[in-house]
Design a protein around this ligand. Structure first.
Ligand code: MEV
Length: 313
């Protein structure tokens, strides 16, 4: 079998992070300008079960069996093979490379799960539909993040804009025209498991206040779905601003994210908010194609370690 590549995009949440965990609506879009790739090469001359894993970004090379049991790559490959009832893996070499920053709110762990599950199953002769890939990736996300909503694996496995409500069937959104967004990275790594856990603890202490905030965030996602269908950019932008204010009250922002959100607004963005679990990572600003470059420059001048302008379809 020649080399084949399995690829998965990054994602950003336009509305509803954290609220999604508690069953409130949220909206996420794939970001195809960032991706994680796994290339598969069959090694028929090697003994069965020999899987060599190389990571182009970290320089790591190891046999699958030598990776720690807790390593996500090992877990995902073994889980996929076991779900497919494949006991002996034909020998292979895998090369993983990614342009998605890790622990930064852009779905790097879900992209790894989706790309590996799709690639491993294809390599073993199975052609799984996106729904099944998403379900398997969700199992891996639960190990990684504790109690995720399933939004990351869904948007990445389907590679389409989604209106998401936990445990309900996914609604795909078709955008009339592309949205121009700029992502700015604080450079602070933040673990979804920890931030989601902090929100859970707060909710236990102050159930009424936290539930009111989460429900308001869900209402914003509902309004945003309508505005996205109409492509009312001004309204979408101001809903993003409102969503950020609620995430601040939820305690998941940080001074670095707030500074970049402020920079976005001063530089003429239509709206801006943190994206993903928060407490670091990225924020997302909605803008126009004409203003994207100046916004990118403003973010870098304000201390962002990376600013990416991209179109969302
Ligand atoms: C993480 O990308 C989004 C969160 O809402 C967690 C989740 O929905 O699983 C913070």
């Amino acid at each position: 079998m020649p080399v084949f590549i399995s690829q998965a995009p990054a994602k950003t949440i336009l509305f509803g992070e954290h609220a999604a965990v508690y069953g409130f609506p949220a909206i996420a879009v794939p970001l195809n300008s960032l991706s994680l790739k796994v290339s598969f090469l069959a090694k028929p001359d090697q003994p069965q079960g020999t899987w060599m894993i190389r990571n182009k970004d970290t320089g790591m090379t190891a046999l699958l069996s030598e990776l720690p049991e807790s390593d996500p790559v090992r877990k995902i490959i073994q889980f996929t093979a076991s779900e497919l009832n494949v006991r002996q893996l034909p020998a292979a070499e895998l090369l993983i490379s990614s342009t998605i920053p890790v622990a930064s709110g852009l779905g790097s762990s879900a992209a790894l799960a989706v790309a590996l599950i799709r690639g491993v199953s294809q390599f073993l002769g199975f052609n799984l539909p996106p729904q099944r890939i998403s379900e398997l990736a969700f199992e891996m996300e639960k190990i990684q993040h504790g109690n995720p909503s399933g939004i990351d694996n869904s948007v990445i496995a389907f590679n389409q804009a989604i209106f998401f409500v936990k445990n309900q069937s996914i609604e795909f959104l078709s955008l009339k025209s592309p949205l121009t967004i700029v992502l700015a990275n604080t450079g602070i790594h933040s673990l979804t498991r920890e931030v989601v856990g902090e929100v859970r603890s707060k909710r236990e202490c102050e159930p009424e206040r936290i539930d009111a905030l989460l429900s308001e965030i869900g209402q914003i996602a509902l309004k945003a779905r309508e505005k996205l269908v109409q492509m009312d950019l001004e309204a979408i932008g101001s809903l993003m601003n409102e969503n950020h204010a609620l995430l601040q009250q939820l305690g998941v922002s940080c001074p670095e994210l707030d500074r970049l959100v402020d920079t976005a607004r001063k530089a003429g963005a239509l709206g801006a908010k943190l994206c993903g679990s928060g407490k670091g990572g990225n924020m997302v600003a909605l803008t126009t194609p004409e203003r994207a470059e100046s916004l990118q420059k403003a973010f870098l001048a304000a201390g962002a370690v990376q600013a990416i302008s991209t179109e969302v379809k």
